[in-house]
Design a protein around this ligand. Structure first.
Ligand SMILES: Nc1nc2c(ncn2[C@@H]2O[C@H](COP(=O)(O)OP(=O)(O)OP(=O)(O)O)[C@@H](O)[C@H]2O)c(=O)[nH]1
Ligand SMILES: [Mg+2]
Length: 410
């Protein structure tokens, strides 16, 4: 683009010189009355200063942009370079369009004072032919951009949805857990081997709490998950099957009927049973059961959201001082709630988890969700309401099959 200033006597002189020097396409940018410099200027009449410009690249611009897009499409130019070039071209095109809105020398030369409306009415044959050329080029650009977008969309990597992810999703494994498990499978594992690799990953992330309880066992957890029933099942297991001396304690005096519930089981199984109401009762009861091999303690169901209740429970646990604290969770709990419950109970420093009601669900993703979130070993699973039989220590292979939906508990 060339810009030139002319100091002339009148517009006619300016037009002649501009047309001669800059050509038909020149545009007048400004005009103003000026005086000649120096003292002499004061005594002579004012002159006209006209600034004109011509855009040498005018016809080149759109075709260059077109070329840039073509190159981009064919992958000739690295993308960064292309963007830059396209930006330059855009600027250039904008200038071009701006300039076209300004006074065009070719159409304007006859009268610089034409009104905006009149300007639109002027039909310069050269401009019309330029416009149709521009329209064609724009259309071609549009088509190229559209085909480029379509091509890019087709080539865009689809969201990673492999067999492993689908399988885990189908079995209600939580998204976060799926991400973690998938990250454990090497990218190099071919797709037909990924599910079997997942089996190994699951197995590595399941830990079973196989420790034989040393004296005191205590169960904590949200309301209605099956704590009392599980205590009764454990009492039956240790007392009736393993012939151990068992003592039962409940500190659940909160709910009407809670004491009766465990008392009934203790009577059926002929197991001694104590109810405690405060901390000092707890110490006394444990001392009195000193002759027992195992003391099973049932607690009131607490909401993990109630920090007061959790810290009260913590005080009791402190008195008991055992490393057999189980957090009881139901396999039917929603994934989002599992996370919150586990976090809420964390201050109790439980040692393992018990997952109940596996007979009530048709997918077992919650098992791995609970184990992943808690990062604790699994002590027992319970599989029905029957006391004492519906409880067992799971084995890893069985759990993997359940989680992957290959086996069911009815
Ligand atoms: N289907 C099925 N039901 C179970 C299982 N375990 C417990 N239940 C039932 O779940 C219900 C609640 O059991 P509880 O043992 O009273 O639960 P809890 O955690 O002690 O309840 P709160 O003391 O109120 O907190 C009862 O109807 C049990 O029979 C199980 O493994 N499967
Ligand atoms: Mg209970």
């Amino acid at each position: 683009m060339r810009i030139k200033k002319y100091v002339v006597k009148n517009m006619n002189e300016a037009m002649t010189r501009i047309r001669y020097e800059l050509g038909q396409d020149a545009i007048i940018l400004s005009q103003r009355r000026v005086r000649k410099p120096g003292i002499k200027g004061f005594f002579s009449s004012k002159l006209l200063e006209v600034t004109a410009t011509v855009d040498d690249s005018r016809n080149k611009d759109s075709s260059d942009s077109l070329q840039a897009i073509k190159s981009l499409f064919s992958g000739e130019i690295p993308i960064q370079q292309n963007i830059q070039k396209t930006q330059e071209d855009n600027e250039s095109s904008n200038k071009f369009i701006d300039n076209r809105n300004k006074t065009n020398f070719g159409s304007n030369i006859k009268d610089t004072n034409i009104t905006g409306k009149d300007k639109h009415d002027i039909k310069d044959p050269e401009v019309v032919s330029d416009d149709s050329k521009l329209v064609n080029e724009m259309k071609e650009m549009k088509d190229l951009i559209n085909s480029l977008i379509t091509k890019e969309n087709a080539e865009m990597p689809k969201e990673k949805s492999d067999e492993v992810t689908e399988l885990l999703e189908d079995n209600d494994v939580d998204k976060r857990v799926i991400e973690f498990l998938s990250s454990q499978i090497s990218e190099d594992v071919p797709s037909e081997e990924r599910v079997s690799a997942l089996r190994g990953v699951l197995k590595n992330n399941i830990e079973i709490f196989e420790k034989t309880p040393n004296k005191v066992v205590i169960l904590v957890g949200p309301t209605g998950v099956g704590k009392t029933t599980t205590i009764a099942k454990l009492a039956g297991r240790y007392s009736l099957m393993e012939k151990k001396k068992v003592g039962l304690i409940t500190l659940d005096t909160y709910r009407i009927g809670a004491v009766e519930q465990l008392k009934t089981y203790s009577e059926i199984m002929n197991i001694p049973f104590k109810v405690i109401f405060n901390m000092s009762d707890m110490e006394i009861a444990i001392k009195e059961f000193d002759y027992c091999d195992i003391i099973l303690i049932d607690t009131t169901g607490r909401s993990s959201k109630n920090a007061m209740q959790i810290s009260e429970l913590r005080a009791y646990l402190h008195k008991v001082a055992t490393d057999n604290i189980y957090l009881v969770l139901s396999s039917t709990t929603k994934n989002k709630d599992i996370e919150a419950i586990i976090e809420g109970y964390r201050p109790l420093n439980y040692n393992a988890v018990i997952i109940t009601k596996l007979d009530e669900t048709s997918t077992y993703g919650s098992v791995i969700n609970i184990l992943q979130d808690s990062q604790k070993p699994l002590g027992f699973i319970t599989t029905g309401q029957s006391v004492p039989e519906d409880i067992r220590v799971p084995n890893k292979d069985e759990l993997v099959k359940l989680i992957l939906g290959e086996e069911k508990i009815c």
